[in-house]
Design a protein around this ligand. Structure first.
Ligand SMILES: [Zn+2]
Length: 372
């Protein structure tokens, strides 16, 4: 049976890679900016939403970075952070997400004097509120935080300590993000080693702005247990001859050592297709390596990255793969289960998510499941 977008929206989904400062509602950006007297490039919600999408996808780095200047500007107060977090949870739950991991860099929310603990506390309060509102609307969701260390900043150690202080209070992992070129993982060796020795899970943005060396470094120097994006791992695959039925040439594909390692170790890749389209990594979704990586048996998961800037949702990401890259319901089920089994929660909790929430909805009959 062919799925519809509504089918997908209704199914429970798992989202591992979503930036808190990239997922605000345009109405909220306007209201919060008004309160603090921050000037925005547009004065009403639809026009502002259009501006974010255009600025984030016009191929000009300065425009892309400006989008985050505006969201960051309105996220410097505790009550603003709580509101943004609560609304993010509500929006994800309304999209059918049942487990979400929201990430942000605490150091970027301390311009007006909040401490790191106050930032994490405010986000935590908002998440609790959002979960309560979603539950009241019949949309139960679990949400954890991931604290991001900026590649191009110097206080990774403080973020690592902050994450460890909050590890039993809603912070489930750490992340490294920012420009890959010129800012190697090794700059944050101390912080990453501290996290590793505390047995705290780390995901690292790699294989987006730079290629396979960056992914290898994230895994082997940084100790990442998941990779943010990782799309350029495809550069370590040699494809066979393309045919109409096999446009990637998967039949004759050969994996390099790194691609083998990532597949052998089942390292989850947090792929964000629309985000990559907008930053110009690939011309269209059919050409995005997510399909080849998935078909080659890597642990592919699908995420949104920045819902505001990319005007996307997890349902959109999955639906676009169906309509533009020939994905089936079985493919979507597979990446959903992989995401659940890659979540930064304990193994028993992951299996409960699969058995109690995902399986009953995605496999409505004991015999079979949806197939396209
Ligand atoms: Zn990201």
């Amino acid at each position: 049976m062919e799925p519809t977008r509504d089918d997908l929206a209704a199914l429970p989904k798992v989202l591992l890679h979503d930036h808190l400062d990239g997922g605000l509602r345009p109405t909220t950006v306007l209201e919060l900016a008004d309160r603090i007297g921050h000037r925005l490039p547009a004065g009403e919600p639809a026009a502002l939403g259009d501006w974010f999408l255009a600025a984030a996808s016009d191929g000009v780095l300065e425009d892309y970075l400006e989008t985050f200047e505006h969201t960051m500007a309105v996220m410097q107060q505790a009550d603003h952070l709580s509101r943004v977090a609560a609304e993010a949870v509500e929006d994800l739950a309304a999209d059918g997400v049942v487990h979400a991991e929201l990430r942000y860099a605490p150091e970027q929310h301390q311009r007006d004097g909040l401490t790191g603990d106050e930032v994490v506390g405010a986000v935590s309060d908002g998440i609790v509120e959002g979960i309560a509102r979603a539950a009241a609307a019949g949309r139960p969701i679990r949400v954890v935080q991931i604290l991001t260390i900026k590649r191009n900043a110097d206080n990774g150690g403080a973020t690592a300590e902050l994450a460890l202080r909050w590890r039993h209070a809603g912070v489930a992992g750490a992340d490294l993000a920012g420009p890959e070129a010129g800012y190697p993982v090794g700059r944050h060796q101390y912080a990453l080693r501290r996290l590793r020795r505390a047995s705290f899970p780390v995901t690292i943005h790699a294989g987006e702005g730079a290629g396979t060396d960056s992914i290898a470094e994230a895994l082997h120097v940084g100790g990442a247990v998941r990779i943010g994006h990782g799309a350029r791992l495809v550069e370590d695959v040699t494809f066979g001859a393309a045919t109409p039925d096999d446009p990637w040439g998967l039949a004759g594909a050969r994996l390099g050592e790194l691609a083998h390692w990532v597949r052998d170790q089942r390292v989850p890749l947090e792929l964000c297709p629309t985000s990559n389209l907008h930053t110009g990594l690939v011309p269209d979704l059919a050409a995005h390596p997510v399909t080849a990586l998935h078909r080659l048996g890597l642990a592919v998961t699908i995420s949104t990255d920045n819902r505001l800037m990319s005007r996307t949702s997890l349902t959109d990401e999955l639906w676009n793969l169906v309509t533009q890259a020939r994905w089936t319901m079985d493919d979507l089920l597979a990446v959903t289960m992989t995401a659940a089994r890659s979540a930064f929660v304990h193994a028993d909790e992951r299996e409960a998510l699969v058995a109690d929430v995902l399986e009953p909805a995605w496999n409505p009959t004991p015999k079979g499941r949806h197939s396209a």
